[in-house]
Design a protein around this ligand. Structure first.
Ligand code: FEO
Length: 429
């Protein structure tokens, strides 16, 4: 390891001529934002960019690490030299030291995205002189002398406020959470740090994936840039082959497999699990009914034989999702909930959803699943089918009609509506 490239307490690290990392390492972190795990901590990356006319500070750190941040920052500039403070993202892991920085450099405007304005009010309870706040536009330039900053809107990567900062003269992209990962390594640079590929992908899957369409939109802005270095807000600084990481985002954001039916058919996935074969028979009838509709590709999956991860990949591409579960102890069964809970990682809003299942004496599973689907903002256009114990031929026909009806709705040939006025969605349908 080269000490010149390594993080030393209180010392900034040069990442490019006139550009220093002034962030903090958090090697003890094991769980981030409750939902993300990390095997070796994280870093909160902040940067000081010097021009002939002054310094821009890009992002800060989590409040607990403000001491590390200021020690490094004041080692490479004086407070009065700061002529711009940029927050690419206001989440507290990057804005924790902002109030103190604003106080230390009262002459410096704060550059944030327009969607960040409302968040800033929630963050700085004591308020900030509006004259110090610049909501950036495509035309905003911060001239530092010899280098300038401009801003790329990258909303929902992964908050509404997120943006990237671009230094055209040097090919530097300060990317915020984008291209980041929770990986703490004092060697700081991607060509020196340990292998962080798993962390990079894991971070994408958990943070960015639900906003895949916005990722693709942002890549449209980022890919044409002649990037020489990516300085993300977490994890290694990407100075070696930075475009590799842009390409990796493209790979992660594009569908995993070509869907042979895409463009020719709507896709309907039927997931089920069955204790005594009754819900399985219902699932097959639902599938058979849906398959009779032209332009719909139906797939049937028994959750006993599958993992939520790969199913989530299929779900991301599907147009409709049906879930069959028996009711056991007044609830749907765990594999169904496991799959439904994994859907927070993919975009399912607006897909068509439904539920069905056999029950012994109460039958709550169908309603509970429907509630969850509505909570995920799927369309649940009709009440599901519940069958007491063994489905009769008539009840199986009802299942087939349920599948057919939903399939027809997918292709825009909806049959007569069955409106259940006791269901919450009936009022808004
Ligand atoms: Fe690293 Fe979204 O904060």
């Amino acid at each position: 390891m080269s000490l010149a490239d390594a993080v030393i307490p209180g010392r900034p690290v040069a990442v490019a001529p006139g550009v220093h990392w002034v962030g903090a390492l958090d090697p003890e972190m094991r769980q981030f934002d409750i939902i993300l795990r990390t095997a070796n901590g994280t870093s909160y990356n902040a940067y000081a960019v010097r021009g002939h006319n002054g310094v821009a500070v890009i992002d800060t750190v989590k409040e607990d690490f403000a001491g590390d941040f200021f020690a490094r920052l004041w080692a490479c500039c004086k407070p009065e030299e700061i002529r711009a403070i940029v927050l690419n993202h206001l989440e507290p892991d990057h804005s924790g030291a902002l109030p103190e920085l604003l106080a230390a450099a009262p002459q410096a405007p704060l550059y944030i995205s327009r969607p960040a304005l409302g968040m800033l009010k929630g963050l700085l309870k004591d308020g900030l002189d509006p004259a110090r706040i610049v909501a950036v536009t495509d035309d905003t330039r911060v001239e530092l002398g010899g280098r300038s900053l401009r801003f790329l809107p990258t909303p929902y990567l992964h908050w509404p406020d997120t943006q990237c900062t671009w230094v055209e003269e040097d090919g530097l992209l300060f990317s915020g959470d984008v291209f980041g990962c929770h990986f703490c390594d004092a060697r700081l640079f991607n060509d020196r740090a340990g292998d962080f590929r798993f962390s990079f992908d894991y971070y994408y899957q958990h943070i960015m994936r639900p906003f895949r369409e916005f990722v693709l939109q942002a890549l449209g802005l980022i890919e044409p840039l002649p990037i020489r270095l990516i300085a993300p807000a977490h994890g290694p600084v990407l100075r070696d082959h930075p475009q590799t990481y842009v390409r990796r985002y493209r790979q992660l954001a594009e569908p995993l497999l070509a869907n042979e039916a895409a463009g020719r058919a709507k896709t309907l996935l039927v997931f089920y699990i069955s204790a005594y074969g009754n819900t399985a028979r219902m699932a097959q009838a639902v599938r058979d009914g849906a398959e009779g509709v032209d332009g719909v590709r139906v797939s049937l999956y028994d959750l006993v034989g599958g993992e939520p991860g790969p199913f989530a990949d299929l779900i991301e591409e599907a147009d409709g999702l049906l879930f069959g579960s028996p009711t056991i102890n007044g609830d749907a069964v765990k594999p169904v909930w496991d799959l439904l809970s994994s859907l927070t990682l993919v975009k399912v809003k607006g897909k068509l959803g439904g539920a069905f299942g056999s029950y012994g004496w109460s039958g709550e599973a169908v309603g509970l699943i429907e509630d969850r689907l509505r909570g995920l903002k799927l369309r649940v256009p009709r009440s599901g089918v519940k069958v007491k114990l063994i489905p009769t031929a008539e009840e199986l026909a009802e299942c087939a009609a349920f599948g057919r009806d939903l399939a027809e709705q997918l292709v825009g040939r909806a049959g007569p509506r069955h409106i259940d006025f006791t269901a919450p969605q009936a009022l808004s349908a």
